[in-house]
Design a protein around this ligand. Structure first.
Ligand code: MD3
Ligand code: FE
Length: 212
């Protein structure tokens, strides 16, 4: 496996982690999965303002957001069906890159069309921050920004390209981060402009006393 670059304390970046064939196979799996669990438009708590990013999930739990708040739940907010299972290649990526972490329970699927962005935020809806978050990027390049655990901390920006993997652990797990913009036309993977980002997450703590 290629070496990772540590771009911030605990933030490991594998450029080109998935090759083109691997990316194509994963996109085909995601298209089938999204036919079962269609993209929905999350809304901001309280205001109900729509996100520019559309989302779905796979795995036992999925992240959703609406007027009543952010949360993980077992079912799709529009179909009411359980989320589809995580494709084995994603569980394999988690085992390889998040070695020693308890099994991932959720994979959030973010779809960025042209003009979509994600403001600076922390991911803190999980009940277990000791476990890392793993991100895989597909399609057009994203200008990704990461800072520190305070919103005022300085940030640095990297371009996440199709096939890149990013692991957020340790001090980076609660770092502020966001996506400033997508670079349209930077990838030929998808049929047209757009970007998919997958984030694999552990939601619940594991009771280590119950482990073998
Ligand atoms: C740093 N997604 O889904 S992926 C998100 O490109 C999210 O769609 C962005 O931020 C995207 O919450 C960034 C990289 C990433 C994912 C999770 C993190 C960076 C992170 C969690 C903690 C710190
Ligand atoms: Fe995030």
């Amino acid at each position: 496996m290629a070496a990772a670059i540590e771009i911030a304390p605990g933030c490991l970046w594998w450029s080109g982690w998935l090759d083109r064939l691997g990316q194509e196979a994963l996109v085909a799996e995601l298209r089938a999965l999204l036919a079962e669990a269609p993209l929905f438009t999350p809304r901001m708590p309280k205001t109900g303002k729509a996100f520019s990013v559309r989302m779905s999930n796979c795995g036992p739990l999925g992240w959703v957001s609406d007027e009543t708040g952010y949360r993980y739940q077992e079912t799709h907010p529009e179909t009411g069906q359980p989320w589809p299972p995580m494709p084995p290649v994603l569980r394999e990526a988690w085992r390889m890159l998040a070695a020693d972490a308890p099994e991932a329970e959720a994979c959030l699927i973010n779809w960025y069309g042209e003009g979509a962005r994600m403001g600076l935020h922390q991911d803190r809806d999980e009940l277990e921050f000791a476990a890392p978050v793993l991100s895989l990027s597909l399609g057009d390049t994203a200008v990704f920004r990461i800072g520190g655990t305070s919103r005022r901390d300085p940030t640095r920006s990297i371009r996440l390209e199709s096939g890149d993997a990013l692991l957020l652990s340790g001090l980076s797990r609660l770092a502020f981060h966001g996506v400033d913009r997508i670079v349209p036309g930077s990838s030929t993977l998808l049929n047209g402009p757009g970007r998919i980002n997958l984030t694999l997450r552990r939601v619940h703590p594991i009771d280590r006393a119950l482990e073998n």
